[in-house]
Design a protein around this ligand. Structure first.
Ligand code: C5P
Length: 226
């Protein structure tokens, strides 16, 4: 591969798992480690791109050579992504964004109540950042990529999801049984809006990142020539 084939490009990557607070010490979260998003950011930087990495919760060390923006909740991630998107040639949403958040934030630690039935937690829907970025296309010819972790009917659900979200590419992978979440390896199929499918063999998350940037670079050469 040509060393710096993403030189002159600005890419925006989201990573990690959002945390939606219930009170000052509790949150709704997920098992995302941030590894796939961090691999995407590091590989893009190594291939010459300017990288903005919007990171929700992860325990990974800060990657070198990227502009890192730390966020907590989905709402914070949305604000950071929408702020950076107008200047980005490509947006890759690898973060695990909570679909719902607690309807109410309790500003003091919620006390145990002395009764058999706990209070139900009311949830409200979070905005879908990927769908919004795909719809708005803040820069002409911008390439937008989503991820979809599925436990069943992986391809069928993926095809529905790429249509619903309106993104150009969707990386679908099967989760559960030790795959994807928490693992250094990944196995996936990249679906394209034109119906193309690219299988990614089981391997390191950096290899998936390289293949994905190949697909993005190919599209950018057509949609946003340098
Ligand atoms: O709908 P689902 O959560 O499976 O979609 C996953 C994809 O959508 C990921 O790319 C994720 O980053 C993005 N997403 C988002 N905003 C949400 C939920 C998911 O951008 N509220």
């Amino acid at each position: 591969r040509v060393g710096a084939d993403l030189a002159g490009r600005h890419v925006l990557v989201s990573a990690g798992g959002t945390r939606e607070p219930l009170d000052p010490v509790r949150f709704l979260g997920n098992l995302s480690t941030g590894r796939q998003g961090y691999a995407l950011a590091s590989v893009a930087a190594a291939r010459g791109a300017r990288v903005t990495l919007v990171a929700a919760h992860t325990e990974l060390p800060d990657p070198a050579g990227v502009d890192l923006v730390r966020v907590g909740t989905a709402a914070e991630m949305r604000a950071a992504v929408l702020a950076a998107a107008p200047d980005a040639d490509a947006v890759v949403m690898a973060a695990a964004v909570a679909d719902f958040r607690p309807a109410d934030y309790v500003p003091v630690k919620i006390k145990k109540v002395d009764r058999a039935d706990p209070e139900p937690v009311a949830l409200v829907r979070n905005p879908d950042i990927l769908a919004e970025v795909s719809r708005d296309r803040a820069a002409p010819g911008q390439v937008v990529v989503g991820f979809a972790a599925e436990t069943d009917d992986v391809l069928a659900n993926g095809r529905k999801k790429i249509a619903r979200k309106g993104c150009d590419l969707l990386v679908v992978n099967q989760v559960g049984g030790g795959l994807a979440f928490g693992s250094p390896d990944n196995q996936a199929v990249v679906l394209a809006d034109d119906g193309a499918e690219t299988e990614v063999p089981y391997g390191p998350k950096a290899a998936l990142a390289d293949l994905l940037w190949d697909l993005v670079a190919e599209r950018l050469a057509r949609s946003r020539p340098l």
